[in-house]
Structures are given as C-alpha cells and as structure tokens.
Design a protein around this ligand. Structure first.
Ligand SMILES: CC(C)(COP(=O)(O)OP(=O)(O)OC[C@H]1O[C@@H](n2cnc3c(N)ncnc32)[C@H](O)[C@@H]1OP(=O)(O)O)[C@@H](O)C(=O)NCCC(=O)NCCS
Length: 162
C-alpha cells in the first residue's frame, strides 16, 4: 500500500480505456468481476469514472480505480466495474468512487442504487443493505438471464436508497 498517495476522481476518457480494461481483467480473472471487452468499454465509457494519480515524470494520469453507474430505469441504477488497484486498497478510493456514482444518480433523480458483489462488508460500510436479487426484476430480466453464471451465481445483491 502507498501511504499518503494523492488521487482525484474524474470522468473517464477514451485514453483511459486500456488501463480500465487491464484493471477489470485483473479482477475478472479472479472471478470477482464480470469481464468487459474493449468494445463494451467504448460503448459504456460515458458512465465510467476513474481514480487517477498524477505521474509527474511522464506528466500522465495513472488509473488506480474505476466504477460505472449503469442506469436501469427512471428509479434504479447499478454500480458496476468497481475496481481499485490492490496497491491502493484501504485508502478510501473505493468509497469515493461509489460516492461519485451515488452523486451522479442523485443529480439525475435516481433514488435507488444497487450492486451485485462478493464485497458485502465493503458495501455495508457504505450503508447498503442486503436484498434478494429477485426483488430486482429489472436486473434479472435484462442482464442476469444472459450471464454465463445465471443460476449458479453466488454474488450478493445490496441496495441503497439515496
Ligand atoms: C472492494 C474494493 C473496491 C474496495 O476498495 P478500497 O479502495 O480498498 O476500499 P476503501 O478503502 O474505500 O474502503 C472503505 C471502507 O470499507 C472497508 N473495506 C474495504 N474493502 C473491504 C472488504 N473487502 N471487506 C470489508 N471491508 C472492506 C475499508 O476498511 C473501509 O472502512 P473504514 O471506512 O472503516 O476505514 C476493492 O477491494 C476491489 O477493487 N476489490 C476487487 C474488485 C471487486 O470485488 N469489486 C467490487 C465489485 S461490485
């Protein structure tokens, strides 16, 4: 872990896509996240935010975290592709990325945000509550039924009322 690292959250840009893809692949290889292709990322990039540190030598931003707010209905959105580079875990980066998604949801009058995850305690710390996935038919019928893990998914659904 890097102590005292400074980072900022900003909207993701096209040039961040390779870095986001690498970060997501790292965790999808461990089955902690669903994989995303580069094509998926091009189509979804406007819903992404990234946490970046600035490398003064190269003058470039280094992506250390990502999160995607995916809108389902007028009242429901999902935090997806939440990932923080392990070197930067425990510094509050994940929390700030989720809070940024929630802020965006509030800005567009969405009242409920959920996540499907193995990181139950992390989301509980951010005031999310465990729910039954079947109480989210929007998610189940739009996406879960197409997922290769449908029917054998062990992820937990958590929701927060904003
Ligand atoms: C889950 C993840 C995003 C957390 O990121 P992070 O930047 O390390 O988390 P933060 O430092 O913001 O943690 C916020 C709080 O949650 C706690 N926390 C973090 N990860 C936790 C975990 N796995 N279990 C329990 N508590 C956790 C922290 O201790 C902190 O508590 P505090 O406010 O009392 O100090 C990160 O571990 C990760 O990228 N995991 C792999 C990918 C993944 O599973 N993503 C979730 C998919 S929805």
């Amino acid at each position: 872990m890097k102590l005292g690292v400074s980072y900022k959250i900003r909207r993701a840009e096209i040039e961040d896509i390779e870095s986001i893809a690498g970060l997501l692949k790292f965790f999808s290889d461990q089955r902690l996240l669903l994989p995303k292709s580069i094509d998926d990322l091009y189509r979804q990039i406007r819903g992404f935010r990234v946490a970046v540190t600035h490398d003064s030598k190269s003058g470039e931003d280094i992506v250390i975290g990502s999160a995607h707010l995916d809108i389902f209905t007028e009242n429901l959105a999902e935090v997806k592709s939440l990932a923080v580079n392990p070197d930067y875990h425990g510094l509050g980066v994940g929390r700030v990325l989720v809070e940024d998604c929630e802020r965006e949801a509030v800005d567009i009058s969405i009242k409920k945000v959920f996540a499907l995850t193995y990181q139950v305690d992390f989301f509980k710390k951010l005031s999310y509550e465990l729910i039954d996935i079947d109480s989210l038919p929007e998610k189940v019928f739009k996406e879960c039924i197409r997922c290769p893990f449908y029917g054998k998914c062990n992820e937990n659904a958590l929701i927060k009322f904003l």
